[in-house]
Design a binder for this molecule. Structure first.
Ligand SMILES: [Zn+2]
Length: 213
Protein backbone atom coordinates (compact mmCIF):
# COMPACT_ATOMS: atom_id res chain seq x y z
CA UNK A 1 0.00 0.00 0.00
CA UNK A 2 1.14 3.47 -0.75
CA UNK A 3 2.29 5.79 1.98
CA UNK A 4 0.26 8.58 0.39
CA UNK A 5 -3.04 7.42 1.82
CA UNK A 6 -1.73 6.73 5.31
CA UNK A 7 -1.19 9.13 8.14
CA UNK A 8 0.31 7.82 11.38
CA UNK A 9 -0.85 4.31 10.49
CA UNK A 10 -4.41 5.34 9.58
CA UNK A 11 -6.20 5.79 6.29
CA UNK A 12 -7.64 9.14 5.32
CA UNK A 13 -9.34 8.57 2.00
CA UNK A 14 -12.93 9.32 3.08
CA UNK A 15 -13.06 13.12 2.67
CA UNK A 16 -15.28 13.14 5.74
CA UNK A 17 -14.52 12.45 9.40
CA UNK A 18 -17.30 9.88 9.94
CA UNK A 19 -16.20 7.96 6.84
CA UNK A 20 -12.55 8.06 7.87
CA UNK A 21 -13.66 6.63 11.21
CA UNK A 22 -15.51 3.86 9.38
CA UNK A 23 -12.25 3.13 7.56
CA UNK A 24 -10.38 2.24 10.75
CA UNK A 25 -11.13 -1.42 10.06
CA UNK A 26 -9.83 -2.02 6.54
CA UNK A 27 -9.50 -5.48 5.05
CA UNK A 28 -5.93 -6.09 3.99
CA UNK A 29 -4.93 -9.27 2.17
CA UNK A 30 -8.33 -10.75 2.94
CA UNK A 31 -8.03 -10.17 6.69
CA UNK A 32 -9.91 -7.42 8.58
CA UNK A 33 -7.37 -5.35 10.39
CA UNK A 34 -8.39 -3.48 13.56
CA UNK A 35 -6.64 -0.12 13.64
CA UNK A 36 -8.26 0.86 16.95
CA UNK A 37 -7.28 -2.00 19.26
CA UNK A 38 -6.95 0.18 22.37
CA UNK A 39 -7.33 3.66 23.84
CA UNK A 40 -3.84 4.79 22.78
CA UNK A 41 -4.65 3.90 19.18
CA UNK A 42 -7.95 5.76 19.48
CA UNK A 43 -6.14 8.86 20.72
CA UNK A 44 -3.63 8.60 17.88
CA UNK A 45 -6.50 8.39 15.40
CA UNK A 46 -8.18 11.52 16.79
CA UNK A 47 -4.87 13.33 16.57
CA UNK A 48 -4.20 12.14 13.00
CA UNK A 49 -7.73 13.27 12.13
CA UNK A 50 -6.92 16.74 13.54
CA UNK A 51 -9.50 16.46 16.31
CA UNK A 52 -7.01 16.48 19.20
CA UNK A 53 -3.67 18.19 19.58
CA UNK A 54 -0.64 16.53 21.13
CA UNK A 55 -1.20 18.31 24.46
CA UNK A 56 -4.75 16.96 24.68
CA UNK A 57 -3.61 13.47 23.71
CA UNK A 58 -0.90 13.57 26.38
CA UNK A 59 -3.31 14.75 29.04
CA UNK A 60 -5.98 12.14 28.20
CA UNK A 61 -3.35 9.41 28.11
CA UNK A 62 -1.91 10.42 31.48
CA UNK A 63 -5.27 10.76 33.13
CA UNK A 64 -7.18 7.88 31.58
CA UNK A 65 -4.71 5.50 29.93
CA UNK A 66 -5.30 1.97 31.24
CA UNK A 67 -8.58 2.90 32.96
CA UNK A 68 -11.76 0.86 32.65
CA UNK A 69 -13.49 3.95 31.33
CA UNK A 70 -10.99 4.33 28.48
CA UNK A 71 -11.36 0.66 27.59
CA UNK A 72 -15.15 0.85 27.70
CA UNK A 73 -15.21 3.95 25.51
CA UNK A 74 -12.88 2.40 22.94
CA UNK A 75 -15.12 -0.67 22.80
CA UNK A 76 -18.25 1.50 22.51
CA UNK A 77 -16.68 3.42 19.63
CA UNK A 78 -15.87 0.24 17.77
CA UNK A 79 -19.46 -0.93 18.30
CA UNK A 80 -20.80 2.35 17.00
CA UNK A 81 -18.49 2.05 14.00
CA UNK A 82 -19.83 -1.38 13.05
CA UNK A 83 -23.42 -0.22 13.51
CA UNK A 84 -22.70 2.77 11.29
CA UNK A 85 -21.13 0.58 8.64
CA UNK A 86 -24.52 -1.03 8.10
CA UNK A 87 -26.48 2.20 8.56
CA UNK A 88 -24.42 4.17 6.08
CA UNK A 89 -24.83 1.47 3.43
CA UNK A 90 -28.61 1.48 4.03
CA UNK A 91 -28.68 5.26 3.90
CA UNK A 92 -26.74 5.28 0.61
CA UNK A 93 -29.45 3.07 -0.86
CA UNK A 94 -32.61 4.45 0.75
CA UNK A 95 -31.78 7.87 2.19
CA UNK A 96 -33.01 6.76 5.62
CA UNK A 97 -31.45 5.61 8.86
CA UNK A 98 -32.99 3.57 11.68
CA UNK A 99 -34.81 5.49 14.42
CA UNK A 100 -32.65 3.75 16.98
CA UNK A 101 -29.52 5.12 15.31
CA UNK A 102 -31.00 8.59 15.21
CA UNK A 103 -31.83 8.28 18.93
CA UNK A 104 -28.35 7.04 19.74
CA UNK A 105 -26.70 9.91 17.86
CA UNK A 106 -28.99 12.45 19.55
CA UNK A 107 -28.15 11.03 22.97
CA UNK A 108 -24.42 11.19 22.21
CA UNK A 109 -24.69 14.75 20.89
CA UNK A 110 -26.68 15.84 23.95
CA UNK A 111 -24.18 14.30 26.36
CA UNK A 112 -21.08 15.33 24.41
CA UNK A 113 -21.94 18.48 22.45
CA UNK A 114 -19.78 20.38 20.03
CA UNK A 115 -19.47 24.01 21.05
CA UNK A 116 -19.15 27.08 18.87
CA UNK A 117 -16.59 29.82 19.23
CA UNK A 118 -15.88 33.06 17.46
CA UNK A 119 -12.39 33.64 16.15
CA UNK A 120 -10.56 35.81 13.71
CA UNK A 121 -8.18 34.84 10.94
CA UNK A 122 -6.74 38.36 10.84
CA UNK A 123 -8.98 39.51 7.99
CA UNK A 124 -12.43 38.70 9.27
CA UNK A 125 -14.31 36.73 11.87
CA UNK A 126 -15.56 33.22 11.68
CA UNK A 127 -17.18 30.66 13.93
CA UNK A 128 -15.66 27.29 14.51
CA UNK A 129 -16.74 24.15 16.31
CA UNK A 130 -14.75 22.81 19.22
CA UNK A 131 -15.09 20.39 22.09
CA UNK A 132 -13.40 19.92 25.40
CA UNK A 133 -11.97 16.41 25.87
CA UNK A 134 -12.10 16.01 29.65
CA UNK A 135 -12.86 12.30 29.69
CA UNK A 136 -12.72 9.51 27.10
CA UNK A 137 -16.47 9.69 26.31
CA UNK A 138 -16.08 13.28 25.17
CA UNK A 139 -14.41 11.93 22.03
CA UNK A 140 -17.92 11.03 20.91
CA UNK A 141 -18.56 14.76 20.38
CA UNK A 142 -16.84 15.28 17.01
CA UNK A 143 -17.72 11.78 15.90
CA UNK A 144 -21.48 11.87 16.52
CA UNK A 145 -21.61 15.38 15.10
CA UNK A 146 -19.85 14.38 11.88
CA UNK A 147 -22.09 11.34 11.42
CA UNK A 148 -25.17 13.55 11.81
CA UNK A 149 -23.70 16.10 9.39
CA UNK A 150 -22.99 13.35 6.88
CA UNK A 151 -26.70 12.45 6.77
CA UNK A 152 -27.67 16.12 6.45
CA UNK A 153 -25.13 17.67 4.14
CA UNK A 154 -23.61 14.95 1.98
CA UNK A 155 -25.04 14.09 -1.40
CA UNK A 156 -25.66 10.42 -0.65
CA UNK A 157 -25.20 9.43 -4.28
CA UNK A 158 -21.61 10.49 -3.82
CA UNK A 159 -21.07 8.52 -0.64
CA UNK A 160 -20.08 5.02 -1.60
CA UNK A 161 -18.09 1.95 -0.80
CA UNK A 162 -14.98 1.27 -2.83
CA UNK A 163 -15.69 -1.05 -5.78
CA UNK A 164 -12.94 -3.34 -4.53
CA UNK A 165 -12.84 -3.20 -0.74
CA UNK A 166 -14.70 -2.22 2.44
CA UNK A 167 -13.44 1.36 2.54
CA UNK A 168 -15.94 4.19 2.21
CA UNK A 169 -15.49 7.65 0.76
CA UNK A 170 -17.29 10.83 -0.11
CA UNK A 171 -16.67 11.47 -3.78
CA UNK A 172 -15.72 15.12 -4.09
CA UNK A 173 -14.33 14.79 -7.60
CA UNK A 174 -15.72 17.12 -10.24
CA UNK A 175 -17.28 14.36 -12.30
CA UNK A 176 -18.43 12.30 -9.35
CA UNK A 177 -17.21 9.06 -10.91
CA UNK A 178 -14.69 7.97 -8.28
CA UNK A 179 -14.88 4.20 -7.87
CA UNK A 180 -12.01 3.33 -5.60
CA UNK A 181 -10.97 4.21 -2.10
CA UNK A 182 -7.79 5.40 -3.74
CA UNK A 183 -5.82 4.89 -6.91
CA UNK A 184 -2.85 3.77 -4.83
CA UNK A 185 -4.76 1.19 -2.81
CA UNK A 186 -7.39 -0.40 -5.05
CA UNK A 187 -7.15 1.40 -8.40
CA UNK A 188 -3.65 0.14 -9.01
CA UNK A 189 -4.40 -3.28 -7.63
CA UNK A 190 -7.18 -3.60 -10.22
CA UNK A 191 -4.91 -2.39 -12.98
CA UNK A 192 -2.23 -4.84 -11.94
CA UNK A 193 -4.79 -7.66 -11.83
CA UNK A 194 -6.10 -6.72 -15.29
CA UNK A 195 -2.54 -6.60 -16.62
CA UNK A 196 -1.78 -10.02 -15.14
CA UNK A 197 -4.93 -11.46 -16.73
CA UNK A 198 -4.03 -10.01 -20.12
CA UNK A 199 -0.53 -11.39 -19.82
CA UNK A 200 -1.88 -14.82 -18.85
CA UNK A 201 -4.24 -14.76 -21.82
CA UNK A 202 -1.44 -13.77 -24.16
CA UNK A 203 0.80 -16.52 -22.78
CA UNK A 204 -2.02 -19.01 -23.13
CA UNK A 205 -2.58 -17.98 -26.76
CA UNK A 206 1.12 -18.18 -27.53
CA UNK A 207 1.25 -21.62 -25.97
CA UNK A 208 -1.69 -22.75 -28.09
CA UNK A 209 -0.02 -21.40 -31.22
CA UNK A 210 3.18 -23.20 -30.29
CA UNK A 211 1.47 -26.54 -29.90
CA UNK A 212 -0.54 -25.87 -33.06
CA UNK A 213 2.57 -25.55 -35.19
ZN1 LIG B 1 -10.60 0.06 -1.94
Amino acid sequence: MSKLDWKDGFLFVGNQLALDFLNTRPVQNGEPSELLPDFSALLRWFQAANQLNSRQVGSLQRQWGGSANAQRTTEAMRQLREKLRKEILDWERSGWVQHSTQDQLNKLMAEHPMRTRLRTNGKSYLTELWFEPREPEDLFAPLAHSVARLFVTADRKRVRKCAQCVLHFYDTSKKGTRRWCSMQLCGNRLKVAAYATRRRQRAHKAQKNDTGV
